[in-house]
Design a protein around this ligand. Structure first.
Ligand code: FES
Length: 242
C-alpha cells in the first residue's frame, strides 16, 4: 500500500508534525482544529459498486463523489500533467499547511472538496457551476485552464498546486481530499487537508438537504465504507462554466 507522510505546520508555534494517514485511526487535528483531519477510510467505487481503479480514470474528466460527509461533494481529476509537490499554502487565518502532490503512477490524480470557499457554490443534481477546466480550456476566471473554476463569482483554484486560490473573490484555497491507492490499484479516501467549509455548508443549505437527504442530520452523516464515484456530467444535469 502506498504510504505517504504529510506535514503540518502551525503558523502560531512553527511546530511541524509528520503524519502518516494510513497509520492513523483516530481523528487528528491541526492546531487550529481543522486543517488536517482523518475520517473513516472509504473505498471509491463506480456506480455499479465495483472498486474504482486509478488506471481507469479518464484524463481531465471531473469525477464527483461525496466525502467525508454523505452530502459534501468532492471532485477528483486525473490531470494531464503531474501535480506539483510540497506546496506551502496558507488558510485565511494564516495557518500554513503543506500539500504533498498528486497520486497515481504519474502523480496526476488529485481530489478536492467541491464547495467553493467564497459563498459555498457546489455541484448539485440540477446543475453545477463548480468544476475543473482542462488545461487547454478557457475560463473568464483565470488566464489559463488547468484550474477549478467557480462560475458564481469567477474564483479559480490551481489544481496542480493544492487548490491554491489564483483568481476571484475567494480568500483561501480548496480543501484537499487525501487519497490512497493500494497494491491492487484500488482507491481510498482517508482524510481532508486544508481549510474546510463543512459547518457553513450545513448551516446554509437546509432546504437542499431536506430535498435530497431527508433532513440536515442525515446530510451530516459521515460517508461509511464506500463512496460512489461518477463523472460530474452524469451527476449534474447541467454544467455551467464561465
Ligand atoms: S461562490 Fe464561488 S466564487 Fe463566489
Amino acid at each position: 500500500m502506498e504510504r505517504r507522510n504529510f506535514l503540518r505546520v502551525s503558523a502560531t508555534s512553527a511546530m511541524a508534525v509528520a503524519i502518516a494517514p494510513s497509520l492513523v485511526t483516530q481523528r487528528l487535528y491541526a492546531e487550529d482544529g481543522s486543517l488536517f483531519q482523518t475520517f473513516e477510510k472509504v473505498q471509491l467505487k463506480d456506480t455499479d459498486g465495483n472498486p474504482l481503479k486509478s488506471a481507469s480514470l479518464a484524463v481531465e474528466e471531473n469525477y464527483v463523489f461525496h466525502y467525508p460527509h454523505v452530502s459534501t461533494p468532492a471532485i477528483m481529476v486525473n490531470l494531464a500533467t503531474p501535480a506539483q509537490k510540497d506546496i506551502k499554502l496558507k488558510a485565511e487565518d494564516g495557518t500554513e499547511y503543506i500539500y504533498r502532490g498528486g497520486l497515481g503512477v504519474n502523480g496526476t490524480i488529485v481530489a478536492y472538496s467541491a464547495i467553493c470557499p467564497h459563498q459555498l457554490t457546489h455541484p448539485q443534481p440540477e446543475m453545477s457551476m463548480f468544476q475543473y477546466v482542462e488545461e487547454k480550456g478557457k475560463t473568464l476566471a483565470y488566464d489559463k485552464g488547468g484550474v477549478f473554476v467557480c462560475s458564481s463569482h469567477l474564483s479559480a483554484f490551481d489544481a496542480k498546486e493544492g487548490g491554491k486560490v489564483v483568481g476571484g473573490p475567494a480568500n483561501e484555497g480548496l480543501a484537499s481530499i487525501i487519497l490512497e491507492i493500494d497494491a491492487e490499484d484500488n482507491m481510498w479516501a482517508v482524510a481532508v487537508l486544508g481549510p474546510v467549509k463543512f459547518q457553513d455548508y450545513f448551516d446554509a443549505f437546509k432546504d437542499e438537504f431536506k430535498k435530497f437527504y431527508g433532513n440536515r442530520r442525515k446530510a451530516k452523516k459521515l460517508t461509511k465504507e464506500e463512496a460512489k464515484v461518477q463523472p460530474l456530467k452524469n451527476f449534474s444535469a447541467e454544467l455551467i462554466q464561465a
